[in-house]
Design a protein around this ligand. Structure first.
Ligand code: 3HC
Length: 700
């Protein structure tokens, strides 16, 4: 049996319909561009065809170049004989008929067509910057001509997906079809309507004019967000070229700027992150036919900061959600906080007032368990202590329907113990949200031993349905994200004992790419929270490495921003951290009491001390089979901790240094500092075989 061609030409009377069929999303994989060119040539040569339609089979128009082909040296068609050039040279009009996604090379092909129409649900965009490159198929030259340089800068530098109705307003689409219209039929009718119009409207023939000042202004506006990155700047330079150079020279410039990016570390890391985010959804040890339950009636228990944020996440994604708390007073306070959070977004301009009202109307405060008993999924987010959570779970088990799923938002407690409070442990799992829950993208799904495959699949799907990236973690103290991060948190305080200052460590991490330094983050979250965990661990483990400096600050009531002082001091009503001589004095005093000699540290040493400690722990987690893949750890660091995406993730970054170098350094620190730096067995094995950390698998 011969395989279906990836592109085919179907004749509908005098219209040639060119259809791309490269599942799942019609990326421009091997043979696709060549197939489009063949069909265009055939249609142009066929005297009975007056116009063409270009469209995609399945769920999308064209999702862009095949990302797997980048950096592999795969041959590409040269400038002059690419699809875009063949479209430009076509003597008959071509209508791009868009559904699903027209992204990257997909939109670039659509812009090289003479007309563009779409169904209302379609999305278009040039997201290349998100994988560290720029639109290399003429997108940087055509979009400014089609929609103006300002719009082009916005779309190309942000990479955002634009819904069809907005794309029509911006001039990218000629027409958005009424809802429910059959795209193929409408596109053929459209092609017949425009078949005789000459000259053919080609985007390349338009002019892009800009005030030259907009480019510098754009560079300035992205300076903080895009630090250490090259792609956003090359995107701007390419759009600038569209406004200063003739089209063909602009295309050459685009290519030169593209070539600087494709094999750079930034693009490699971002491609890795793209695929790691898709891999993390796969649960290899669950039966292939397991399906998540399609929940409709969620409830949240606990209207504190976390519960409120979780309820907002449901409402933001269209779910009606019930929220309850132990007292009417806390419930009211929680609802006020939710309202204030939404109002802040409205004030900032990121949310429309009427959308805020719609979202608020979906959050239903309720008085007691009786009001939630018909819900099909419950996320408990009460105080993080076993003796508080257990009675809540016992009560939920009693009142909820037998099919309801019970999830706990815990960041460290033993999920097996909690599941065993119920008579339905197979329906219990952990759903660990990160703070603020309505903003942070990570949902760590924690797997108790008795959870059924359906429960795990449902918890993972729950995250995706409310805009999160779900990642599975085993039931181990701190689960995967916080456990792998814990040594970093200790090490940053130990560095102070040895002579660093909080502002020095923070600067290193901000320069590395974190949005905030770890000490400033600590002050934001509240230092009292970490102190609780340390107490619990110290009580359980006599060898627990205490952090006297951190304990001292908490003893003094320096809890962070909320008390006006923590690792830094704060002016009233201002969140700017100011280095505090009092903290420097405490550090000196504690170090002297501990007898730790003081010395100078290089930035590199600080960075490695923090991150290598976590690499080692991540290896231990994998060794114990508590995570599926090293790349899952990376996804958690990207979306839970603000690790810079253009560095790929913790393990990918460490691979850049080399597994053997990482191991040797850790082994040396083991000699110098003792047990807390003992290299994990998995790390040693990987180093011995020179296997990249990102390829580490449980027990490998
Ligand atoms: N290349 C290769 N594979 C791709 C791909 C691409 N451009 N886009 C998606 N895929 C794969 C995914 O890896 C996934 O594979 P898997 O099932 O084996 O894990 C599968 O297609 C489905 O993808 P998603 O799970 O992401 O499906 P969604 O429906 O959630 O999202 C999407 C669809 C919005 C199209 C999303 O996949 C996406 O954002 N893709 C990338 C789009 C992009 O960046 N395009 C630009 C490419 S660069 C370019 O065009 C360069 C040009 O300028 C020269």
């Amino acid at each position: 049996m011969s395989e279906a061609p990836v592109v085919r030409l179907e004749k509908e009377g005098d219209v040639g319909v060119i259809i791309v069929n490269y599942p799942p999303v019609n990326a421009l994989g091997p043979g696709v561009s060549e197939g489009i060119i063949d069909c265009l040539n055939q249609a142009n040569a066929d005297p009975s065809i007056k116009a063409m339609v270009l469209m995609g089979d399945g769920r999308s128009f064209i999702a862009g170049a095949d990302i797997r082909g980048f950096g592999t040296g795969r041959k590409r068609l040269p400038i002059g004989s690419r699809t875009y050039d063949v479209l430009d040279a076509s003597t008959k009009p071509v209508v791009a008929a868009i559904h699903g996604y027209a992204l990257g090379g997909g939109l670039e092909n659509a812009m090289a067509c003479h007309y563009r129409i779409a169904v209302p649900s379609a999305k278009v965009g040039l997201p290349e910057v998100l994988i560290g490159i720029l639109p290399g198929g003429g997108g940087t030259q055509r979009l400014p001509r089609l929609a103006g340089p300002e719009v082009a800068l916005d779309l190309i530098v942000s990479g955002r997906h634009v819904p069809a109705p907005e794309a029509k307003q911006l001039g990218i689409l000629d027409e958005v079809l009424p809802d429910g219209t059959d795209l193929r039929t409408a596109a053929i009718a459209y092609a017949r309507k425009i078949a005789d119009i000459r000259p053919l409207p080609r985007v390349r023939d338009k002019e892009a004019k800009a005030d030259p000042a907009i480019f510098d202004a754009k560079r300035k506006s992205i300076a903080r967000r895009a630090r250490n990155q090259k792609a956003p700047y090359n995107c701007i330079a390419a759009v600038e070229a569209a406004c200063t150079l003739p089209f063909d020279e602009g295309i050459q410039r685009e290519q030169a700027l593209f070539a600087e990016l494709e094999n750079a570390d930034e693009a490699k890391a971002l491609r890795y992150a793209f695929f790691a985010e898709r891999e993390v959804a796969k649960l290899p040890d669950l039966p292939a036919d397991v399906r998540p339950y399609d929940f409709q009636r969620p409830a949240v228990i606990g209207a504190g900061t976390m519960g409120g944020g979780i309820a907002m996440s449901f409402a933001d994604f269209g779910y009606d959600v019930k929220i309850m708390d132990a007292s009417a007073e806390s419930l009211n306070r929680g609802m006020d906080r939710i309202r204030t959070n939404y109002a802040t977004s409205v004030k900032r301009g990121s949310l429309a007032q009427d959308e805020m009202e719609r979202r608020l109307a979906r959050i239903h405060p309720v008085a007691g368990y009786d009001d939630i008993k018909d819900c099909d999924v419950v996320v408990e987010a009460v105080f993080e202590r076993m003796d508080v959570k257990k009675p809540v779970f016992a009560k939920l088990d009693e009142v909820m329907g037998p099919d309801a799923f019970l999830f706990s938002n815990t960041s460290a407690l033993d999920m097996d113990e909690l599941a065993d409070v119920t008579k339905r442990p197979e329906k219990v799992a952990g759903t660990h949200f990160f703070s603020p829950a309505n903003v942070m993208k990570l949902l760590e799904v924690v797997r108790p031993a008795k959870a059924s495959p359906e429960t795990l699949a449902t918890a993972m799907a729950l995250g995706r349905k409310i805009g999160k990236i779900s990642a599975m973690a085993g039931n181990t103290d701190g689960f995967v994200a916080n456990r792998s991060r814990a040594p970093f948190n200790s090490e940053m305080v130990i560095l102070l004992e040895e002579g660093c200052l909080p502002e020095q460590v923070d600067k290193v991490m901000v320069d590395f790419g974190y949005p905030m330094g770890p000490f400033a983050v600590g002050d934001l979250a509240g230092l009292d929270i970490g102190a609780e965990g340390r107490k619990r661990r110290a009580a359980a483990n006599p060898n627990y490495r205490k952090l006297p400096i951190a304990d001292k600050l908490v003893e003094m009531g320096r809890y962070g921003q909320k008390t006006g002082a923590g690792w830094y001091r704060y002016e009233k009503g201002d969140r700017t951290p100011h280095p505090d001589p009092e903290v420097a004095a405490i550090i000196k005093q504690v170090a002297a009491e501990m007898g730790v000699p003081q010395r100078q540290f290089t930035d590199e040493e600080i960075l490695r001390r923090l991150l290598f400690s976590s690499v080692n722990e991540a290896c231990r987690i994998l060794e114990e089979g508590k995570a599926y893949r090293a790349s899952d750890v990376d996804v958690m660091w990207l979306h839970g901790f603000g690790f810079p995406r253009y560095r790929g993730g913790l393990m990918f970054w460490a691979d850049g240094i080399g597994v053997r170098n990482v191991y040797n350094q850790i082994a040396a620190w083991h000699q110098q500092y003792g047990e807390r730096w003992a290299p994990s067995k998995l790390l040693r094995d990987l180093a011995e075989t020179n296997t990249p950390l990102r390829e580490a698998r449980p027990g490998s």
